[in-house]
Design a protein around this ligand. Structure first.
Ligand code: G6P
Length: 605
């Protein structure tokens, strides 16, 4: 939930750290800091708020010269977002500084122990115990002190540690938090995410849990937890650096919404050859699968909710949805006949990882659908299907969600064919519908110039209802989440047929209803729900295709989408809702890419 970065080389480190932190700001942005070694002294600068404040305070790093340093952008867990609680934290003797992403679960005991030994604590953070432990275990051997410290820590941590006595040396440690090393020429890097280093190097090393590494300007050495040096493979990042920049758009979110047709093509096209879906990485014994369990958090969970309908309909296998944060403690009924599908954009979500480990322990095979190559979830899974959406920076996911859906569609069709639950003609028809989706996603972006105007009409709403049935309901869940996340307007997603069982009492003139009517198998039914809410005075904004004249005449406002098969329509239907949330948030002056209190990658429980 925080971002860390580090540099050692021959250049001035602080500007590189600050640039890296800007790329990591999506991971947390309530305070930030850097520590740089100059003349065998560690200089620390910290601020409350955004990286921009830190740039201002340090004059873009010019005030803190030095060729070795570490940086941090924080999403507070232990202790309020203040200057004092911001990282890096320093040891009492000023010899060490540390940045940390994760949570130290045994910090209360360690803090007590260190206090008894005479160490003084400045902050309320769990992190500060780390730097005092390093000082405590240091008797001239930096590496040994780091190892001994890591052995005392319980929880999740990616650490960067510097020592004033050894200006060109940085130690990093990884346990259940993302950490990647960047291999340069005469300089080396580390960061929570490659986006922070890709401007300098495309050669990276992925650390595994329990490993630690020493970085100097000319070498990187990786060790296992017992201190034995281990060989590591250098991987090449192939995506374009511009993919992680705003590219002329006002916000990353808008850019990422617009990128969806291209991302969809990258996800689908290589996997359809001569009309057949090829999922080479999925060498699964389908005959052994009696049920599918899908788990994830946030939008990824809602992608699963929509995909469930398609899988069940085509494969005739029961699919159960469970939120990862619930599943991990649910004593789940999972065995070797269960296929667990894990959805995650980042591949680092702590609850999802824990749920996955628990189900694996009970015998389930795990298929991960993830975006970030080399992420923890990708590494832990039995099978991986990447979503190929490219880097996603805005906290509210858009292309991450739609590409997850597309992979679920591919999976559903592929599995149905393997299990013989689909007729050949239907298979061919749906494969060509699938191939048409990127174009239809583009059409939906092109055919709705009215969305900014609709946002002006609805942006003052205190609350909104999103209603639909079947896949339309699944899209309502994600549409409402998008609205809440970035505009802070309360939004309730409801299965349209459930309204009359209670919450219809909340419908009135001031309560706009967004009615999702793209799944033709149920639109007639949803229309009667539209009439119910209109009778109670609500204004209705409907999402449907143009030919559906009945809805056009019923609704107060329309958003149009192309006509898509009900089994595949969710990934097109969500796009105007992303746009609506975006423009409503813009009208309300919200910080769209970095919404309040959220973080993109939730690597703590
Ligand atoms: C956070 C983000 C959400 C995201 C969820 C799951 O809560 O703010 O946008 O859907 O994590 O993230 P994942 O990376 O596992 O898809």
């Amino acid at each position: 939930m925080c971002g860390i970065v580090g540099y050692t080389g021959v250049q001035n480190g602080a500007p590189i750290l600050l640039e890296g932190l800007k790329k990591l700001e999506y991971r947390g942005y309530d305070s930030a800091g850097i520590a740089v070694i100059q003349d065998r002294t560690i200089h620390i600068q910290k601020v409350t708020g955004r990286i921009a404040n830190l740039c201002e305070k340090t004059q873009d790093g010019l005030l803190t010269p030095g060729c070795t340093g570490i940086g941090h952008t924080r999403w507070a867990t232990h202790g309020a977002p203040t200057d004092t609680n911001a990282h890096p934290h320093a040891s009492n003797d000023g010899r060490f500084a540390v940045v940390h992403n994760g949570i130290i679960e045994n910090y209360v005991e360690l803090r007590r122990e260190l206090t008894e030994k005479g160490y003084h604590f400045e902050s309320e953070t769990d992190t500060e115990v780390i730097v005092h432990l390093v000082e405590h275990y240091y008797h001239g051997d930096f590496q040994k002190a780091v190892m001994k410290t890591a052995n005392r820590l319980q929880g999740s941590y990616a650490l960067g540690i510097i020592c004033a006595d050894e200006p060109g040396r940085v130690f990093v440690v990884r346990e259940a938090s993302p950490l990647i090393l960047g291999v340069g020429i005469g300089e080396n890097f580390f960061a929570s995410d490659v986006t922070a280093m890709v401007a300098y190097t495309r050669n990276v090393i992925y650390l595994e849990d329990g490993e630690f590494a020493e970085l100097t300007a000319n070498a990187i050495r990786v060790f296992d937890c017992a201190g034995r040096e281990i060989p590591k493979q250098i991987n090449r990042i192939t995506w374009d650096i511009q993919a992680a920049e705003k590219g002329g758009y006002d916000h990353f979110m808008l850019k990422e919404i617009m990128e969806q047709p291209r991302a969809a093509k990258a996800t689908i096209t290589p996997r359809i050859q001569s009309g057949q879906i090829q999922l080479d990485d999925l060498d699964l014994d389908f005959g052994n699968v009696r049920r599918i369990l899908i788990t994830a958090c946030g939008s990824a969970y809602y992608a699963g909710c929509a995909g469930k309908y398609t899988i069940e309909k085509l494969c005739r296998i029961p699919v159960q949805m469970e939120l990862a944060s619930e599943l991990r403690y649910a004593d789940p009924l999972v065995d070797e006949h269960t296929l667990l599908i894990v959805l995650s954009q980042s591949g680092e979500t702590a609850d999802t990882i824990a749920a996955m480990k628990e189900c694996r322990r009970r015998g389930a095979k795990v298929l991960a659908i993830v975006n970030v190559v080399g992420s923890t979830i990708a590494k832990l899974a039995d099978y991986v299907l990447y979503t190929w959406a490219g880097p996603e920076i805005a906290v509210a996911t858009t292309k991450g969600y739609t590409t997850q859906l597309l992979v679920l569609y591919l999976f559903a069709l592929y599995t149905a064919k393997k299990l013989n639950t689909i007729e050949e003609t239907e298979y061919c028809r749906l494969v060509s519908c699938l191939k048409a989706l990127p174009k239809q996603m583009q059409q939906v972006l092109d055919m709705n110039p009215a969305i900014p105007r609709l946002a002006k009409k609805y942006h003052q709403a205190y609350s909104m209802f999103f209603i639909g049935r079947n896949t339309d309901y699944a899209v309502a869940l994600e549409g409402a989440l998008k609205m809440k996340e970035i505009s802070y307007i309360h939004a309730e997603s409801y299965a349209a047929g459930e309204l009359k069982h209670g919450t219809i009492a909340l419908i009135h003139e001031m309560q706009p209803v967004i009615a999702l009517c793209c799944n033709e198998s149920v639109t007639e039914k949803t229309m009667s729900n539209i009439i119910e809410v209109k009778t109670r005075g609500a204004e209705v904004l409907a999402v449907a295709h143009r030919e559906n004249q009945k809805i056009v005449s019923l609704a107060d406002d329309m958003i149009y989408v192309p006509k898509v098969d009900p089994l595949l329509c969710a990934c097109v239907e969500i796009i105007p809702l992303q746009m609506l949330a975006y423009h409503v948030a813009k009208e309300n002056g919200c910080d769209i890419d970095k919404p309040m209190n959220l973080a993109k990658s939730v690597t703590v429980e």
